[in-house]
Design a binder for this molecule. Structure first.
Ligand SMILES: [Fe+2]
Ligand SMILES: [Fe+2]
Length: 391
C-alpha cells in the first residue's frame, strides 16, 4: 500500500486543503492519504489566537470526514514538541512496514526541502508529490524538481493541476469580518463559529439559515422584524449592529421546544427556574435560548445576557439588553394598542420606551390573571428611580 502523508498546521483546514487531497488521490500514486496536523511546526510559529493542536486536529477530522481514502492522524500531536517529518515517517514505516511513503507538499515547502531536518535521509526514502499553490508556479516547480533529481536522485512528481488559490491566512483574516464561510466546509465553519476561533463572527446570512431552522415557520417574520428594529436601534444608540443582529436572530431559538426540553436545558446549564417560571414555562425560552445561543453559536456574554432577559427585563439593563427587549415588543409585525408610540420611543428615548414597554407587559400579564415577574417589576422600579433622581 502506498501512503501519502499530508502534514501542516491546518490553521484552519479549508477547501484548498481538501482540493489538494482530492487532486493527489486522483493523480494515482497513493492508495490513501494521511492528514497529519503538526503539534508545533518547525517552519513557522502559529499566529496568536490560533486553536490548540488538539483543536486543529478536531477541525481536520470534521474537514476530511467522509472523504474516501483519507485518514486524519494525531500521531504528531501525541508525540508533542516540534513536529519533524523525518520522525513521523520513521514511525509510519515502523507502524506499517509494507508501505511506501510519499509526502504531499505545496510550493513553499517544496522550495525549502534542503533546510528540513535530516532532509537527505528523509527524501532518499520517500516519494514527493508537489502541488502548485498559484497558477503560474508550474515552470518553477518543474525546474526545482529537475535540480533536486539531478543532485539527489529524489523521486518527485509535480501535479499539473490548477490550484484553488486559498490560504489559511486569508481565512483567518476573513473570519472576524463575518466572511470566509465559502472557503470552509460547513462542518468546519460551524465549529469555528461555535468556538469563536480566530475572533470569528458569524456570517449573518448563515446565522439566519441556522436560526430560522430552529423556529416554527410562522415565527420567522417576527424574528426578521425583530432583527430589523434591533439593527436600526443599534445604529441609533451606538451599539455594534452585528451584535444586535445576532441577538435578534437567536432570541427565540428554543421557543418551539416543549416545557420538558426547556427545563432539561436549564438544568444542564445549572439554571434554577423561579416560581413564576415554573407556573409559566413559556418564560423559560429566554434562559434556555441564551444557553443554546452560547453553546451552539458561541455568542458573547453581552449577547447571551440580552437573550436571557428578553422576556422579563431586569434592573440596570445594558443598552443591548434594552434594544432586544424593545425590538421584541415593538417589531414591525406587532400590532396592539400603543405599539406605535412604543416604536417611536424606541428611536427617541430608550429609557422612556423601556418604562412604557414594561408597563404594557405588566398590565397584559395582570389582565390575563397571571403572576407578574419580579424582574419586570424591579426593572420598572429601577428606571422610575433613575428618572426621579434626575429631578
Ligand atoms: Fe421570546
Ligand atoms: Fe420574540
Amino acid at each position: 500500500m502506498r501512503t501519502l502523508l499530508y502534514g501542516g498546521s491546518f490553521n484552519p483546514p479549508h477547501l484548498g486543503h481538501m482540493d489538494a487531497v482530492r487532486a493527489a488521490l486522483a493523480q494515482g500514486w497513493a492508495d490513501r492519504v494521511i492528514v497529519m496536523p503538526t503539534a508545533a511546526s518547525p517552519h513557522k510559529p502559529l499566529p496568536l489566537l490560533s486553536p490548540s493542536a488538539e483543536e486543529r486536529y478536531a477541525l481536520c477530522v470534521l474537514a476530511f470526514a467522509g472523504m474516501d481514502g483519507v485518514e486524519v492522524s494525531n500521531l504528531e500531536l501525541k508525540r508533542g514538541g516540534v513536529s519533524y517529518t523525518s520522525d513521523t515517517v520513521d514511525t509510519l514505516q515502523k507502524l506499517c512496514f509494507e508501505d511506501e511513503i510519499g509526502l504531499l507538499l505545496g510550493t513553499d515547502m517544496f522550495l525549502t526541502l534542503e533546510h528540513w531536518h535530516e532532509y537527505e535521509e528523509l527524501f532518499a526514502e520517500t516519494h514527493i508529490l508537489v502541488l502548485p499553490r498559484e497558477e503560474n508556479e508550474l515552470p518553477l516547480l518543474r525546474e526545482k524538481s529537475a535540480e533536486y533529481m539531478a543532485r539527489y536522485h529524489w523521486s518527485i512528481q509535480v501535479v499539473d493541476k490548477p490550484p484553488l488559490p486559498l490560504s489559511s491566512t486569508e481565512v483567518r483574516r476573513a473570519l472576524p469580518e463575518r466572511k470566509g464561510r465559502e472557503i470552509l466546509s460547513e462542518a468546519v465553519y460551524a465549529e469555528i463559529i461555535r468556538r469563536r476561533y480566530y475572533g470569528a463572527k458569524p456570517d449573518l446570512s448563515w446565522l439566519r439559515e441556522q436560526g430560522y431552522a430552529m423556529l416554527k415557520p410562522r415565527r420567522i417574520p417576527h424574528v426578521q422584524g425583530c432583527e430589523e428594529l434591533a439593527v436600526a436601534m443599534a445604529e441609533r444608540w451606538g451599539v455594534d449592529r452585528g451584535r444586535a443582529a445576532e441577538a435578534a436572530i437567536l432570541h427565540d431559538c428554543t421557543k418551539k421546544l416543549g416545557a420538558e426540553e426547556q427545563l432539561e436545558i436549564c438544568t444542564r446549564f445549572g439554571i434554577e427556574p423561579d416560581e413564576t417560571e415554573k407556573a409559566n414555562e413559556q418564560l423559560l425560552h429566554s434562559k434556555s435560548g441564551a444557553c443554546i445561543a452560547k453553546e451552539r453559536f458561541g455568542v458573547d456574554e453581552g449577547i447571551a445576557s440580552a437573550i436571557f432577559w428578553h422576556t422579563t427585563g431586569k434592573a440596570d439593563m445594558s443598552v443591548l439588553e434594552k434594544i432586544l427587549y424593545l425590538a421584541d415588543a415593538a417589531e414591525p409585525n406587532r400590532d396592539y394598542p400603543g405599539v406605535e408610540k412604543l416604536r417611536r420611543l424606541c428611536m427617541e428615548d430608550l429609557d422612556a420606551a423601556m418604562v412604557l414597554g414594561l408597563r404594557m407587559s405588566l398590565d397584559t400579564v395582570k389582565k390575563r390573571g397571571q403572576k407578574t415577574h419580579d424582574m419586570s417589576r424591579k426593572a420598572l422600579e429601577f428606571l422610575l428611580q433613575k428618572e426621579e433622581s434626575k429631578l
